[in-house]
Design a protein around this ligand. Structure first.
Ligand code: FES
Length: 252
């Protein structure tokens, strides 16, 4: 389905932590409804203004009835710094939805959803869609120090397991130390690459299928520039068009 572009008024922007923001708009196009794991290219600055590229940001929450679309993102560069300046009524240019996400119909049995840091952002929509399909998963998450946003996950999961690098909350250590893939039929994962690789290796060892959402640098976001290519066991693939969700064994 082709991506579409709208200039949308911002409903609100909220600080969740020092560096994490929640941006809300109403997505007007029901025909191009976004799904879990897909993303949009966001821009709040002129075409001739730096940075040249729009920012790919995943769907955090989408409500088909109201059309409310939320983005949870980390402020960590010139693009997201400009997005962070937006407030109610300002204009956000939104292009998408793009990519292939996590499709609930593809998964059954006991499902573990595993996130790391801001990689938990797309997983809220994942657990919401799984829950709506009657497949409520178990949620594992790792943070550097202290969690955020878990209250949004609570109603849609059977349990939440937390690990923090500094031991400030939950298990003191890595999320891979509290996840046993043998207890699950499939693991869905999004987070920093080293963490996803570790989760994928653990799943491979235990024979549990694992799907990961990659976050390569993107330029066009629609499969035209080849700027986001990743190497897979079946050749080079565009993360923006053929991903960002892949079978972990294909990419790691
Ligand atoms: Fe251009 Fe993926 S970002 S092909």
């Amino acid at each position: 389905m082709p991506a579409v572009c709208f200039d949308l008024p911002v409903l609100s922007q909220q600080s969740i932590t020092e560096n994490v923001r929640l941006l809300r708009v109403i997505w007007p196009d029901r025909e191009h409804a976004p799904h879990a794991g897909q993303f949009f290219m966001l821009r709040s600055w002129a075409a001739d203004e730096a940075p040249t590229l729009s920012r790919p940001i995943s769907v955090h929450y989408y409500d088909a009835e109201s059309g409310e679309l939320q983005f949870l993102y980390e402020v960590k560069g010139p693009g997201t710094e400009k997005l962070a300046l937006l407030s109610e009524g300002d204009t956000l240019t939104v292009t998408g939805p793009a990519g292939n996400g996590f499709v609930p119909a593809d998964f059954s049995g006991r499902i573990a959803v595993v996130g790391g840091g801001i990689g938990t952002a797309p997983l809220l929509q994942v657990v919401r869609e799984l829950d709506a399909a009657g497949k409520r998963p178990e949620f594992f998450c790792g943070f550097r120090s202290g969690s955020y946003g878990l209250e949004w996950f609570q109603p849609h999961v059977t349990g939440i397991h937390i690990a923090t690098d500094d031991g400030s909350e939950g298990h003191h250590g890595f999320v891979t130390q509290i996840l046993n893939p043998e207890q699950f039929d499939v693991v869905l994962c999004c987070g920093p690459t080293p963490m996803m690789k570790a989760v994928a290796a653990l799943c491979k060892e235990k024979g549990t299928p694992c799907f990961v959402s990659l976050e390569n640098k993107m330029a066009c976001g629609i499969g035209a520039c080849l700027g986001c290519t990743c190497h897979t066991h079946t050749g080079a693939k565009c993360v923006c068009k053929e991903g960002p969700v892949f079978n972990a064994q294909e990419v790691f």
